[in-house]
Design a protein around this ligand. Structure first.
Ligand SMILES: NC(=O)c1ccc[n+]([C@@H]2O[C@H](COP(=O)([O-])OP(=O)(O)OC[C@H]3O[C@@H](n4cnc5c(N)ncnc54)[C@H](O)[C@@H]3O)[C@@H](O)[C@H]2O)c1
Length: 365
């Protein structure tokens, strides 16, 4: 096209611009130029460099009660840049919510806790499940129950959580593929603590960098069995216990952003399919079990910095994952904690069938 002289960059796309329109924008009139340079000078001389910042604080304790309970003061502004304070290493302690503190909390904060709830966490021996179990202990759980296939890690995790929190914590060595073992274990939980109020299903595995054309069908079936069938078997057993007790409940299935996007650059069709299945299973359960006051929601994490990904073969790919994440990092092991407690708590009681992606912005691009 003759009238197109060049391209100009708009966002990430290159858009063809006609010559006339380019000239209109590139060459302002004399009057326009004068106005522009005057306003530029004015802004230059008006650069604000306050030496103090006036502050008004309104609280019930303020001294100036007569004038609307306000305190007025100024904060001095230091010139020059200051090195940021080093961030203190957080000490890993677990402080369970005490009843007397709970009773003093305003209703909104009480609803955001899981006070008095019995919570089962699968895959709670390590990683994301372990951290969500800790968060539930802090947020008021009556008892925490860990289901995991790893005997040593599970035992260790339960002992540590009990020792740090003082709460009743049990560990059941259960493989989420084993329906009979799950049913027996859930019945035991009911006998010990009463029917569960919450299930957090975090047990799962990942196979990465396997091309679909060479995927071993036995491996494919195994992964689907753990990630998808395991979610079903756990939900069924816990859902039945909730229904039998006539208790409302919350089921939280840990899916993945891989359930709605295809990861790059690793090929992992089976994992992605399994998590898409978990999300759609969760939505189906949510619709079926709303009449029993059982809510079902999914948490879909992006790339998280857990043992699941601490594989030398993934080191180079991790750099790519990080670079494609707007927050420029992998999620920390405790980055799901707040969302988990929220979904387990009564503050999310109108929420069911949702799939919440929590990924540092990865799926924005
Ligand atoms: N780490 C990530 O980047 C990431 C991202 C998205 C989703 N997820 C999902 O989050 C969940 C937790 O992942 P993680 O990173 O904490 O992994 P992890 O490997 O650190 O922990 C998983 C836990 O599940 C247990 N487990 C595995 N198979 C089991 C089985 N058959 N029965 C019972 N327990 C079993 C393991 O023993 C382990 O304790 C998984 O479902 C995973 O798919 C993880």
């Amino acid at each position: 096209m003759a009238s197109v002289i060049r391209t100009t960059r708009m966002a990430t796309h290159f858009v063809a611009v006609p010559r006339a329109s380019l000239l209109r924008h590139a060459a302002p009139s004399v009057a326009h130029r004068v106005a522009l340079s005057m306003s530029a000078r004015r802004f230059k001389s008006e650069v604000i460099k306050e030496t103090e910042v006036p502050v008004s604080v309104y609280t019930p304790d303020s001294k100036g009660a007569a004038s609307g309970n306000s305190d007025h003061f100024s904060i001095p502004v230091k010139s020059g840049s200051r090195a940021p304070e080093p961030i203190a290493e957080e000490e890993e302690t677990i402080t369970p919510l005490e009843e007397k503190v709970y009773k003093q909390m305003p209703p909104t904060m009480q609803k955001m806790s899981v006070f008095g709830k019995v919570i089962i966490v699968t895959g709670g021996a390590r990683g994301l499940g372990n951290h969500m179990a800790q968060a539930c202990a802090e947020a008021g759980a009556k008892a925490i129950v860990i289901f995991d296939a790893n005997q040593d890690l599970g035992d260790e995790a339960a002992a540590e959580l009990h020792q740090k929190s003082g709460l009743p914590v049990s560990f059941f060595k259960v493989d989420v593929r084993d329906g009979n073992a799950i049913n027996a274990a859930v019945q035991n939980v009911v006998d010990l603590y009463g029917a569960p109020d919450v299930l957090v299903n975090s047990a799962g595995i990942a196979d990465s960098n396997i091309k679909a054309e060479t995927y071993d069908p036995a491996m494919f079936r195994r992964l689907i069995d753990i990630n998808l069938t395991g979610s079903f078997l756990m939900s069924q057993a816990v859902g039945r216990a909730m229904m039998a007790a006539g208790k409302p409940g919350s089921i939280i299935l840990v899916a993945s952003m891989s359930g709605t996007i295809v990861n790059y650059p690793q090929e992992q069709s089976c994992y992605n399919a399994s998590k898409a299945g978990v999300i759609q299973f969760g939505k189906s359960l949510a619709a079926e079990w709303a009449k029993h006051s059982i809510r079902v929601n999914c948490i879909s994490p992006g790339y998280m910095d857990t043992a699941l990904n601490k594989v030398p073969a993934l080191d180079a790919q991790k750099k790519i994952w990080k670079s494609l994440t707007p927050q420029d990092r992998l999620g920390a092991q405790d980055d799901l904690n707040g969302l988990c407690v929220f979904l387990a708590s009564d503050s999310s009681k109108f929420m069911t069938g949702s799939n919440v992606i929590i990924d540092g912005g990865y799926t924005l691009y």
